[in-house]
Design a protein around this ligand. Structure first.
Ligand SMILES: Cc1ncc(COP(=O)(O)O)c(C=O)c1O
Length: 494
């Protein structure tokens, strides 16, 4: 019998993990309630297992996965930082976890207060007038923000504006959201020296199409981890032709308490609370992508919005110009509790320290790995940076993907690879602020080792990973036709 069978082949008739009290309703009553054709003729073929078997099964499964609780996760742009367990404790407080979104407001005062105060904190952090917490993810926030911009232009008799300018290093959700909002994306080139927007190209685009530009969507710092120092001038130019500025705030953990999108000239901003404010994400889990807006966009916000009055907290209907609800109820409330806890436990100075540490860690890694990996834009970076494995591909046939896979053998997750698209063989590295110096140094030593292997024994890198439960998969096939069922005799998937 193999270990695999021990993990998956379990149970024996009559084994139980829990003992239930005897039923005190007559079985015939059930038959009256459930139509006969829906009743089971024979019991479901479920494994009959003891408690320890269940516990070991799920614990083993969890160990077969990678998580930020088990190892370093430098996945650039995705900000996989440690989530303090205190946030979890708060989210499961019965007063929060057992609340119903439709219960009378008098009985939900604490929850509405939390939403009200979180909005205020986020507005202050971003330099915005008001915030809605409804959107469930960054991409959902983007769509909501563009809908607000569209409603605003329509209210100004400018509904014909149909273009959204998006830099060539933007996250893929930006053009996707623009398309969903029925806009056409126009690519703005990056400056090859600074990594910021190519000002001459922007000028030309605005000159030719200014009257049709609804907005520019920017991430600052961008996905190269570089802060665009021309932002004030960009804001002036876009506003001058009547466009709006949308801030993709997925990289906000580089600017907390240091600068604010509102002060840079942006009109709309989304937060990725599941990144910046350390709530768990990934694997399709719940997120939150609140939207902050400047005063002129407030009338268009989704509602209801929380309000504070003499009678306590309540929900206020939005005005007639609102774009309507973008989600059932009030958003992913558990994520909001975690974000609120994160902000309150850090306070203003703590949040600034978060960003300073994220920036320091990224610059340290960039410096330390640069003898072996060329840095795409060798400038002071913010919370992340992009290296390239082009040299290893050309000289030894070892790609960015190979290097990423080899890292898994050392108990670390891989950086983001092949993104942003403008860097060949990109390795986009984001250490985050929550890692220790020892972890960063371990990562550096492994990166040097992999570089050495690529030069002297490339096959070991090309065939990695060697130690993980699942080997190298056909990623496109695995995503389209996932095979998630274990079958007897299947020891390791390649
Ligand atoms: C720069 C940037 N923008 C937008 C998003 C989209 O956020 P979400 O995955 O929450 O939809 C991401 C996600 O990684 C991102 O990195």
């Amino acid at each position: 019998m193999s270990v695999e069978s021990l993990i998956f082949e379990k149970g024996a008739p009559g084994r139980r993990a829990a003992s239930l009290a005897a039923m005190d309703v007559p079985t015939e009553a059930l038959e009256d309630l459930i139509p006969a054709n829906l009743l089971r003729a024979v019991p479901a073929p479920l494994p009959e297992v003891s408690e320890i078997e269940v516990v070991r099964h799920y614990t083993h499964l969890s160990q077969r996965n990678f998580s930020v609780d088990t190892g370093f996760y430098p996945l650039g742009s995705c900000t996989m930082k440690y989530n303090p367990k205190l946030n979890e404790d708060m989210a499961v407080l019965p007063g929060f976890a057992h609340i119903h979104p439709l219960q009378p407001v008098e009985t939900a005062q604490g929850a509405i207060q939390l939403i009200y105060e979180l909005e205020q904190y986020l507005a202050e952090i971003a330099g915005m007038a008001r915030v809605t917490l409804q959107p469930s993810a960054g991409a959902h926030g983007e769509l909501t923000g563009l809908m607000l911009i569209k409603a605003y232009h329509q209210s100004q008799g400018e509904g014909h504006r149909n273009l959204v300018l998006i830099p060539d290093n933007a996250h893929g959700t930006n053009p996707a959201s623009a398309t969903l909002a029925d806009y056409r994306s126009v690519e703005v080139k990056s400056d090859t020296r600074t990594g910021g927007i190519d000002m001459e190209h922007l000028k030309a685009l605005l000159g030719a199409n200014g009257a049709s530009v609804a907005a520019i969507m920017m991430t600052n710092p961008n996905t190269l981890g570089l802060f665009d120092v021309n932002i004030a001038e960009i804001a002036r130019m876009v506003h001058e032709v009547g466009g709006q500025l949308y801030y993709d705030g997925a990289n906000a953990n580089a600017v907390l308490g240091i600068t604010r999108p509102g002060d840079m000239g942006f009109d709309v901003v989304h937060f990725n609370l599941h990144k910046t404010c350390s709530t768990p994400h990934g694997g399709g889990g719940p997120g939150a992508g609140p939207i902050g807006v400047k005063e002129h966009l407030v009338p268009f916000l989704p509602g209801p919005l929380p309000a504070k009055g003499e009678q306590g907290y309540s929900w206020q209907d939005p005005g007639p110009q609102s774009i309507g609800k973008v989600r059932a109820n009030m958003g992913n409330f558990g994520v909001l509790v975690r974000a609120y806890t994160y902000i309150r436990t850090h306070g203003p100075d703590g949040l600034r320290h978060v960003s300073e540490s994220a920036i320091l860690n990224a610059n340290y890694l960039k410096h330390e790995i640069s003898p072996d990996y060329e840095i795409a834009y060798p400038l002071i970076c913010q919370h992340e940076f992009v290296a390239t494995a082009e040299r290893y591909k050309d000289e030894h046939g070892v790609t960015a993907l190979d290097i990423a896979k080899r890292l898994l053998d050392f108990g670390m997750y891989a950086p983001t690879v092949y993104f942003p698209l403008i860097v060949h063989e990109a390795l986009m590295i984001e250490p985050t602020e929550t890692e220790t110096r020892e972890t960063l140094d371990y990562f550096v030593s492994v990166m040097h080792q992999i570089a050495e292997e690529a030069r002297t024994n490339p096959e070991i890198v090309r065939s990695a990973p060697h130690t993980t439960v699942v080997g190298r998969l056909d990623q496109a096939l695995a995503a389209r036709k996932p095979n998630l069922r274990w079958q007897s005799g299947q020891e390791r998937t390649h």
